[in-house]
Write a protein of this length. Sequence first.
Length: 417
Amino acid sequence: MSCVATSVGGDGVKIALLSYELPPDTGFGGIGTYTWYQARALVRLGHDVRVVAGALEPGCHHSEVDGVKITRVLDDGPFAGAIRGMLDDGLGWAPNRIRTASGAFHALRDLLEQESYDVVEYPECGGDGMIVSTMLPVRTCVRFHSPAALIMGSYPVSEADLEATSFLEQIGIDQADVRTAPSTFMASEVVDRLGVTTPVHVIPNGIDLGSLDSASSPEVVERFELPTRPDLVTVLFASRLERRKGAHLLAEVCAQVLGRDPRVHFLVAGADVDGLVDGVIRPRLAAEGLDDRFRYLNRLALPEVRELLKHVDVQLLPTTWDNAPYACLEAMAAGVAVVTSDLGGMPEMIEHERTGLLSTPHDPHSFATNVLRLADDRALRERLGAQARAEVEARFTDTAMARATVELWRSSFGLGA
């Protein structure tokens, strides 16, 4: 496998972002969303950016979008057989880390034959930088999102897989020259629980308001059969349907809300790998005669979620562990009132009663109470949504995120202005 590509040029900082996740091919979650916003914002600020991401087909594939040079790679080398063996042994996450790290290493090694980088940034989750940080002569920065050691307990994985995955991710963490996190919660967690001793610089996640505001798909109302009567209230849950995102609470929350307010309609969008919708939520609502106001939209692409947010009244995020999720940031940017959990990094994004409503974690009644309160008070919904949008404009733009990151790299690595 060779990853030779057109050389990077220009006068800005030369940056490589490693992230297996990158929309649309491998845009599975917040890491991919972050990488896409960060890359495009860095380019707009005049820097040269290459993203090394995952591919769906074996080999190296090069493209350029909005000035961002993209190298997608799926490593089909000698690690492939070993990975299949690990999967047979009951390990799921760890072999994926190895394959991701191997692909990123081989791609960047080839790219370094013809171009140089002032800094290479990678996420800790996924192990993208594990081999690169150890074997290549590059300056590195790790961005904390959701370390396996902190989140794998929420998933049905073996203890061996948890230990192996955490060990692999820790290599990239320990080898990084600079460390950043989008919340003080995450910065404290990795110091207290992962033993990180060097400074963890807090740089909040950012979003491209221009692209969000310019998105227009009026057919979304008809396509998703959204309620159109002005007296009706639409509540959206848009995230993976997994325990860490609070999906196991949805059946009870929906039942309480729909049972008490006939104006409310619930929309759920996200990958349902555990079959919660058909196995738990729909049967519960059907038994109480409430399923006619519940719709499952399946997994949606980011542009579809953005357009959907323009037509809903409340975003529900009953997360049981989260850092700085883009699901919250997208809703805030769209001016949608947010109901979420009072835990993790959420209070750093949502100020209770000013930019949204915080609920007691793991308590369906608390979430239902806040949703019902917003359903019954249009003025409150609009006030919270408007102030959430203003908060994004003031603190959470992608250019502010990119600018702060470059300033940190310049000071840490002695790069010229």
